[in-house]
Design a protein around this ligand. Structure first.
Ligand SMILES: [Zn+2]
Length: 337
């Protein structure tokens, strides 16, 4: 459905017109009604999948998602996505879970500006950060990702697209082409959007995933931190990430003069808003597991004795806390060798 409005406009203009069709009022009326209803349906589909983007600073907007996992009902929208508008160009921060979602993003952007979309930044390698890339590439954007993130996309992209298609209940989702530009460890790049609006994109190492990118919007003092920051829901540790690296990436966010942080999940706010739900949780978990490994405590006892009561009220606590404990123990164990 997301393609319907564009498709109709193109095919309508190119349709060979016979004299009969031109002079048949019912056909023309029917065609006009069909066009209207499909356009309306496409507009409703767009309106359905995403909330209105919220302006978070002078040049930046964000779609703020709910905390649930991806489902057919939410059509995969359960994270934060963003865009930044300069005087000459637009940049996208994360392209969403599907081409349909990316089309909905583009629709919202087009309601605000006609400037070209020149850049897409994938803050990490998870499907909800990059499966919409090709929609923006088709309108002329270049995609920037962390080197390790691009490696994971290349290796697991087909599997991720298949899984997403299954969740969304669609026959298939195409795997986006490889990113156009990569940032390696320690690297950063400035993307000039015109009018003094510059995105400083920095490789932040391995946090929630390898090859995490952080996007600072200048002069807005606003940072899109991707999944380095979680607010309102429990962080998720996955084998591709590192608790140690994540804590370092978190501390690196303090170095700039940013006043507002847009997390990967949760409400935007000052960095202090994320101390409890992200940093303190990870730090407590890391210390507990380091000590357990050092004492030779087995994984089950280490998990059972981790006191996570301070974070119980966060969304997804029940699904994630036990899994996180296993993951953190294994990392501490691997570091012990
Ligand atoms: Zn995420």
């Amino acid at each position: 459905m997301a393609h319907a409005d564009k498709h109709i406009e193109i095919s309508d203009g190119n349709r060979p017109r016979s004299r009969h069709q031109e002079t048949e009022p019912m056909t023309r009326l029917f065609r006009a009604l069909a066009f209207l209803s499909m356009t309306l349906a496409a507009t409703l589909a767009h309106a359905d999948i995403l909330p209105a983007p919220r302006q978070v600073s002078a040049h930046a907007w964000a779609w703020i998602g709910p905390y649930d996992g991806p489902t057919r009902a939410n059509r995969g929208f359960r994270m934060n996505l963003g865009f930044v508008v300069g005087k000459e160009a637009v940049a996208i921060i994360d392209s969403g879970y599907s081409p349909e979602m990316a089309e909905a993003m583009l629709h919202d952007i087009r309601a605000r500006t006609a400037l070209p979309v020149r850049h897409v930044i994938n803050t990490n390698s998870q499907p909800h950060r990059f499966l919409g890339n090709d929609v923006f590439r088709q309108v002329g954007a270049r995609v920037l990702a962390g080197r390790e993130a691009a490696e994971r996309m290349a290796q697991d992209g087909a599997m991720m697209a298949n899984a997403a298609a299954g969740i969304l209940g669609v026959a298939s989702l195409s795997v986006p082409a490889a990113p156009d530009r990569l940032l390696g460890a320690g690297e950063s790049i400035d993307l000039d959007l015109g009018g003094g609006v510059v995105l400083r994109v920095r490789h932040a190492g391995t946090a929630h995933t390898k090859g995490s990118l952080v996007v600072e919007v200048r002069p807005d003092r606003t940072v899109f931190a991707g999944d380095i920051l979680y607010g309102g829901r429990l962080p998720a540790l996955i084998p591709d990430g590192s608790v140690k690296g994540w804590l370092e990436a978190y501390e690196s966010l303090r170095t700039g003069d940013a006043a507002l942080f847009v997390p990967g999940h949760g409400q935007p706010g000052p960095l202090a808003d994320f101390d409890h739900p992200t940093r303190d949780y990870l730090a407590r978990l890391k210390r507990h597991m380091d000590e357990a490994v050092e004492k030779g405590t087995d994984i089950e006892s280490a998990k059972a004795t981790f006191d996570a009561s301070d974070w119980k009220s966060l969304a997804n606590f029940n699904e994630l806390n036990g899994r996180n404990a296993y993951q953190a123990y294994q990392e501490s164990e691997a570091e012990g060798f």
